[in-house]
Every structure is written in structure tokens, then in C-alpha cells.
Design a protein around this ligand. Structure first.
Ligand SMILES: Cc1cc2nc3c(=O)[nH]c(=O)nc-3n(C[C@H](O)[C@H](O)[C@H](O)COP(=O)(O)OP(=O)(O)OC[C@H]3O[C@@H](n4cnc5c(N)ncnc54)[C@H](O)[C@@H]3O)c2cc1C
Length: 288
């Protein structure tokens, strides 16, 4: 199918973009990489009167280290996120996640901001933002505000974005010398959306992990942190007893919903398998 007719505009500044969003309200959609939006238009799941192409906003394309955070502009493409030395150094979890997103052609166009704003429950980058305790920078008619990733994803394809707001960046704390991370997912084929995935960010301590955030995806309406399982794995050696306790705790942390890929029980099982793989690899890498 072809999209319904729409007008197209490509503003050159953020101020102009916000003015257009304010003027056209719900009749307008922001176009970033187009890798999700164009498909929804072609399937006529959405029929905006105006597309506002933000690809000309150079101010949204930077990767900057400043004020103790790594600031990643909303227009940073997945491929660049996976290759940038600053990301590999300060937020290696993101670099590990990128190869799991779709295929090279999609990674060359899709953007960080688009993935966060679209909030697909099986997407990699929202879960990484949660695991990294990131903050989204949102610009709107009232100015700029920052929202913690844990408060940003509010439901199935739902976010805390208010009408007229734009994601301009993701800020993540700089990884310290004791940081460690792990990422893996289970998908039917390489490049498919995950059936279940896990982004894990931790800190090494004496004889084990001192902190661990486990962010699962593909198990509910949005990315989910598993606090009980994370707590079971810190404070001592990563031995089988600790792992079994953490895997058991996932029953309380996660409430997977069945989808086209698998039933709820299978998803919980897959989450336990992934937990074992990801955390064991983190332990092997960090000597915990
Ligand atoms: C075949 C295929 C397979 C894919 N597989 C995966 C996968 O495995 N994992 C995965 O994570 N993704 C996958 N994707 C999606 C891909 O990662 C998209 O790039 C991403 O979801 C959206 O980014 P985009 O820049 O293309 O956004 P667009 O498609 O341009 O926009 C998506 C939505 O976000 C809004 N939006 C975009 N940017 C902003 C912003 N800065 N502020 C506010 N709203 C904004 C748009 O208005 C639109 O509603 C796949 C896509 C395809 C076509």
C-alpha cells in the first residue's frame, strides 16, 4: 500500500521545528530515520497531514562528553552509535546492543531518538537507556526538561512525551573503571526483533558484583527492570546458588505477556536462560 497524501517540511532549526509542532498539533509527525514511521504510513496505520523532517537539525546529531555525562543526540544513527569511540569507552553497553538491531541498511538510517520515541517493547535501545540509568532530554513549547528513562516508557508504544515535544538527546552517566556490562537477546533470526532480550549494567566489587541493573525487553509493554534478580546477584561470588536464586526471582520481577512469538511461560523461561548467559559472561569478563 502507499501512504495517504501528506505535506512535507524540513526545518533547519530546533526552534522552527517546535513552532511547526505547536502550530500543527496532532496533524503533524516528526520524521527521523523513517524506519518505523514510513512503514506505519504505508500500512495506513497512521495518516498525518504533515511530516516534519528533522534530519536537518545539526544540533541533534552530536555525541558529546560534558558535565559528567555522555550526551547522544537524537539523530545519532544506530550504526554510528555502534562505531563511535566515545560510546565504546563511556557506554559500551550501547555498542554491544547495536549489532542486534535489525540489519545494516536499517541501522544506517534509524536513529536513537526515533527508537526511544517509538518505544517498541522489543527494541534494544530503550532497555539500554534503562539499564544505564539514562535521562532523556525533551524540548517543547515550555522549554527543555529531562526525564529519567525509568519514567519515560509508560506503556505499549507509550512515552512521557507531551504534545509538541521532541526527544533531543539521551544522557547517560560515564562508565567508571569498575563498570561492566552484558547484552544478549533471543530472536528467531539474526536481525529480527527480539523474543526476549537483556541489557545489563553493573559495577565490579571485591569478590563479585557491587551493583547490577537488569533491563529486560520483549517481556511486556515496555522495557522492565528486574530489581530482585539484580539484588540476588550482587555482594558475593557469581556461583550457581546465587544464579538460581536470581533466576527464581524473575518470576516476581517479570510478568511477561504472550505474543506472536511465545507464550508467557516460555518467555519467562527464555528470560532465565538469558540471565544465566549474560551474567555468566559478565562474570567471566570481569573475574567476578
Ligand atoms: C525490518 C525492520 C526491522 C527492525 N528491527 C528492529 C530491531 O530489531 N530492533 C529495534 O530496536 N528496531 C528495529 N527496527 C526499527 C528501527 O530501529 C527504527 O529505526 C526505530 O524504531 C525508529 O527510528 P527512526 O529514526 O527510524 O524513527 P522514525 O521511523 O522516523 O520515527 C518513529 C516514531 O518516532 C517519532 N520520532 C522520531 N524521532 C523523534 C524525536 N527525536 N522526538 C520525538 N519523536 C520522534 C516519529 O514521529 C515516529 O512516530 C526495525 C525496522 C525495520 C523496518
Amino acid at each position: 500500500m502507499k501512504p495517504a497524501p501528506f505535506d512535507y517540511v524540513k526545518p533547519a532549526t530546533l526552534a522552527e521545528t517546535l513552532e511547526l509542532l505547536a502550530r500543527h498539533g496532532d496533524a503533524a509527525r516528526v520524521l527521523a530515520g523513517g524506519q518505523s514511521l514510513i512503514a506505519t504510513l504505508a500500512m495506513r496505520l497512521s495518516a498525518p497531514a504533515l511530516l516534519i523532517d528533522i534530519n536537518g537539525l545539526a544540533e541533534l546529531a552530536g555525541i558529546v562528553v560534558a558535565d559528567g555525562v555522555l550526551r547522544l543526540g537524537a539523530l545519532v544513527r544506530h550504526a554510528r552509535l555502534g562505531a563511535a569511540p566515545a560510546v565504546a569507552r563511556h557506554a559500551p553497553l550501547l555498542a554491544r546492543a547495536v549489532p542486534h538491531i535489525a540489519h545494516a541498511a536499517i541501522r544506517n538510517r534509524g536513529t536513537l531518538g526515533g527508537s526511544l520515541a517509538f518505544a517498541d517493547p522489543a527494541a534494544e535501545l530503550p532497555a539500554c537507556a534503562l539499564a544505564l540509568d539514562g535521562r532523556l532530554v525533551l524540548a517543547g513549547p515550555g522549554g527543555t526538561r529531562r526525564v529519567a528513562a525509568r519514567d519515560f516508557f509508560t506503556g505499549l508504544y507509550q512515552t512521557a512525551l507531551a504534545p509538541g515535544e521532541l526527544v533531543t538527546a539521551l544522557e547517560v552517566p560515564l562508565a567508571g573503571d569498575d563498570a561492566c556490562c552484558g547484552f544478549d537477546e533471543l530472536a528467531r533470526r539474526q536481525g529480527d526483533y527480539a523474543m526476549v532480550g537483556l541489557a545489563a549494567q553493573g559495577r565490579r566489587g571485591a569478590g563479585g558484583l557491587a551493583a547490577l541493573t537488569l533491563a529486560f525487553f520483549g517481556v511486556g509493554p515496555g522495557p522492565v527492570v528486574a530489581p530482585r534478580a539484580g539484588a540476588a546477584l550482587v555482594g558475593g561470588p557469581l556461583d550457581p546458588a546465587r544464579m538460581q536464586a536470581a533466576q527464581a526471582a524473575l518470576a516476581d520481577d517479570l510478568a511477561p505477556s504472550s505474543d506472536l512469538h511465545a507464550g508467557a511461560k516460555t518467555k519467562l523461561h527464555l528470560a532465565r536462560v538469558l540471565l544465566g548467559r549474560v551474567v555468566s559472561a559478565m562474570g567471566a569478563e570481569s573475574g567476578a
